[in-house]
Write a protein that binds this ligand. Structure first.
Ligand code: MG
Length: 291
C-alpha cells in the first residue's frame, strides 16, 4: 500500500495511491471521503490502527477515487516530531567526505519544516553556491518505541520512503555542525509516497540512485550501509523514545556532486531524481531565487 498526501502545501489530504495499470492511469483514493475521522497521516492516525483501517477500506467495493494526473503530492506523512538522519553510513561516502569511517552511528537532526513533496520546487538561495542532493532510504516509525532489541527493531517500521537530504556544504563546514546546512526550507523532499513495510521484504537489498538531469551521480545498494536499520533503531531507542510518525533516514552512498572532480553542485533548472528500488522516484526541480 502506498500512502500519499495530496493538495496545497500545508493543507494536504490523506490518500492511497493506486498504480496505473495497462488499461487505466494512476488514481488516488480520497480517504477522508470514506473514513471521516482520518484527517491526516498524523500521530492520531498511527495510534488508532490507521494502516489496518486503510487496508479494510481498500477491501470495499465502492472506492472513492480520482485521477492522480496533475495532483500535487506533499510529504507522505504529516509533520513529524523529528527527522533523525545518519551521517556517513556508507563507506564510500565517508571516504569521499573526510575519509573517516565511523565506529558508531553519527546522528544529526534535520528541521521537520524543511520537508516538501515530490514535484515541489527546491528553492536555493542565490548565495548558496555549494548545495548537494543526497538520496537516502528513510523509514517512518509506526508506534512509540523505547529500548528496542535488534531482533525485533524492524517491527516498529510503518513503511519506507525516500529522503533527499539536501545539504548546503558551505554552511555545513562553516558552522561546525550539520543542522544549519541541512535544514533550509525545501531542503527535505520526501516521497513520492510511503510504501508500507509489508511490501519491502529486505530493506538492506535495494538499489539506490541519484540522477541530475538524467546523469547518474549516485548508484549503490542499501546492503552497503555500515549501520543497519535494526542496529540504528535499537541504538536510538536506548536513549530516546521514538514517536509514531518520526522519520529516520539511513544516510547517503558515495557519488555526491561536491566530492566529484570537478565538483558538480546543484544549479538553477536542474532536475534531481532520487530513486530507491521498490519505492519509486522522488523528483524535484531546482530554482534559484530569494524566498
Ligand atoms: Mg545525508
Amino acid at each position: 500500500m502506498k500512502l500519499v498526501r495530496y493538495g496545497e502545501p500545508g493543507r494536504e489530504c490523506p490518500g492511497i495511491w493506486l498504480d496505473a495499470t495497462d488499461s487505466a492511469p494512476a488514481r488516488i483514493v480520497d480517504v477522508r471521503a470514506m473514513v471521516f475521522d482520518i484527517e491526516d497521516y498524523n500521530t492520531r492516525f498511527w495510534n488508532t490502527f490507521g494502516l489496518a483501517r486503510l487496508r479494510g477500506l481498500l477491501r470495499e467495493s465502492a472506492l472513492k477515487t480520482f485521477p492522480a494526473e496533475g495532483i500535487r503530492l506533499g510529504p507522505p506523512i504529516a509533520r513529524p516530531s523529528q527527522v533523525i538522519c545518519l551521517g556517513k553510513n556508507y563507506r564510500d561516502h565517508a571516504e569521499e567526505f573526510d575519509a573517516e569511517v565511523p565506529n558508531l552511528p553519527i546522528y544529526f537532526s534535520k528541521n521537520p519544516n524543511s520537508l516538501c513533496g515530490t514535484g515541489d520546487i527546491l528553492f536555493l538561495h542565490p548565495d548558496a553556491h555549494r548545495v548537494d542532493a543526497e538520496v537516502e532510504l528513510a523509514v517512518v516509525i509506526a508506534r512509540r518505541a523505547r529500548n528496542l532489541d535488534e531482533n525485533n527493531a524492524l517491527s516498529v517500521i510503518a513503511g519506507y520512503t525516500i529522503l533527499n537530504d539536501v545539504t548546503n556544504r558551505d554552511l555545513q563546514q562553516a558552522r561546525g555542525q550539520w543542522f544549519m546546512g541541512k535544514s533550509a526550507d525545501y531542503f527535505g523532499p520526501l516521497g513520492p509516497w510511503l510504501v508500507t513495510a509489508d511490501e519491502i521484504e529486505n530493506p538492506h537489498g535495494l538499489d539506490i540512485f541519484q540522477r541530475v538531469n538524467g546523469e547518474t551521480l549516485q548508484q549503490a545498494n542499501t546492503s552497503q550501509m555500515i549501520f543497519r536499520l535494526e542496529q540504528v533503531l535499537a541504538d536510538l531507542s536506548q536513549v530516546m523514545t521514538l514517536q509514531p510518525g518520526d522519520v529516520v533516514s539511513t544516510g547517503t552512498p558515495g557519488g555526491i556532486g561536491s566530492a566529484r572532480k570537478p565538483p558538480q553542485m546543484l544549479h538553477d533548472g536542474d532536475v534531481v531524481e532520487c530513486e530507491v528500488e521498490g519505492i519509486g522516484i522522488l523528483r524535484n526541480l531546482v530554482n534559484v531565487q530569494y524566498i
